[in-house]
Write a protein that binds this ligand. Structure first.
Ligand SMILES: NC(=O)c1ccc[n+]([C@@H]2O[C@H](COP(=O)([O-])OP(=O)(O)OC[C@H]3O[C@@H](n4cnc5c(N)ncnc54)[C@H](O)[C@@H]3O)[C@@H](O)[C@H]2O)c1
Length: 341
């Protein structure tokens, strides 16, 4: 079978990772085109990845590039429009999270996916491809912790990269849509149920710039699920020790904790600072394997005529829940989350 031709849109923090994986590490495909608003990033694609077909306009790429599929890793507000245009142009689509930055545009994205049942659409909820999260899912399904009734999630970006967080804050959709969305997806995945209400609070403690944007620097949310289960999420942007991603699932017969100490590796340093385990620096390091596996699954799905387990509906639902969480944070009230539809 011929190699699948894939183009990439977006060559920023994450786009470069996906592009490098597609160019060098994922089997069954080749990276044939790239698109970015920035000429410097396209130069990276040319010189580092050997991509000759480069564009500063997404529609131009869709029209002219020789590609069967496109990976959309652009700014969140572009996702829905671009995925719709790509599907209409006959391309398979991988799209980064969040699906959209409004629930309405997510519904339009659903329609676009439904209108092209012969095309593969996959959303980048990469934690579902991380070995530890997969292990936890298997343990839950085999009954090791009994009936899961609580998911506690912590997701805090490193203080070291606060400037990037501040730059990104205005276009990200806000703390709960940009960051907590991964934890929201995991809660739904592990509990096998939908949340029916949320109460969220938050504030800006060291960086008032977030408050000035109507956003929070750190926030906490409490969820009640339709089956009586509970969820808590703590999201933030100022972990002094590194990238703190931690998840705990509590069940009637036990619990699973994923990365309670988000350590870099299994080594322990005995030094002037004491006995130290270094922390994972940021998302590219923590989820390197997951980014690779999810993109390989996208390519395999196209080549094998399968549909991915993560659907456009997961994207809408997570966005809807993240919006309800943001609304609760802004209004200071408990928000009921309507059923999907
Ligand atoms: N799954 C994860 O773990 C994860 C991690 C980081 C970012 N993300 C998501 O990935 C996306 C990109 O994030 P980032 O941190 O790489 O952002 P970034 O700001 O570093 O890069 C954005 C890229 O999109 C390009 N772009 C923007 N608008 C465009 C347009 N109209 N046409 C073509 N290109 C356009 C820019 O030129 C740039 O290359 C976001 O949606 C973010 O939510 C996901």
């Amino acid at each position: 079978m011929e190699k699948l031709k894939i183009g990439i849109a977006g060559l920023g923090r994450l786009g470069k990772i996906h592009a490098k994986n597609l160019a060098d590490r994922i089997s069954g495909c080749e990276l044939t085109a790239a698109c970015s608003l920035l000429e410097s990033e396209l130069e990276y694609a040319r010189t580092e990845l050997g991509v000759r077909d480069c564009y500063t306009n997404f529609r131009e790429m869709l029209k002219n590039a020789d590609m069967d599929a496109v990976a959309i890793v652009t700014t969140s507000g572009e996702h829905c429009n671009q995925l719709t245009a790509a599907l209409n142009a006959g391309k398979h689509v991988f799209c980064e999270k969040p699906l959209g930055i409004s629930v309405e545009e997510c519904y339009l994205a659903e329609k676009a996916v439904e209108n092209h049942p012969d095309k593969v659409f996959m959303l980048g909820f990469m934690r579902r491809f991380d070995p530890s999260y997969i292990y936890a899912k298997q343990k839950i399904e085999s009954g090791t912790i009994g009936e899961p009734y609580l998911v506690k999630a912590t997701g805090i970006d490193p203080l070291k990269f606060i400037e990037g967080s501040l730059r990104f804050a205005g276009t990200s959709g806000g703390l709960f849509i940009d960051m907590a969305i991964h934890d929201i997806d995991l809660m739904r995945w592990y509990l096998g149920a939908e949340p029916k209400s949320v109460y969220a609070i938050g504030g800006s403690y060291g960086f008032p710039q977030f408050a000035a944007l109507g956003d929070a620097e750190a926030g906490c949310a409490l969820f009640r699920f339709e089956n009586g289960a509970m969820g808590t999420i703590h999201s933030g942007r100022t972990a002094a020790h590194g990238y703190h991603i931690e998840t705990e699932i509590v069940g009637t017969k036990g619990a699973i904790r994923i990365s309670p100490i988000p350590q870099k590796n299994l080594a322990m340093l005995y030094c002037e600072q004491g006995v130290v385990t270094e922390c994972v620096e940021a998302f590219p390091e923590r989820f390197a394997e997951a980014y690779l596996s999810e993109m390989q699954e996208f390519v395999n799905c196209i080549r094998e005529g399968r549909k991915p387990a993560v659907t456009v509906y997961d994207g809408t639902k997570a966005t809807q829940i993240a919006f309800a969480t943001t609304e609760s944070f802004k209004n200071g009230r408990l928000v009921e989350i309507p059923p999907h539809g």
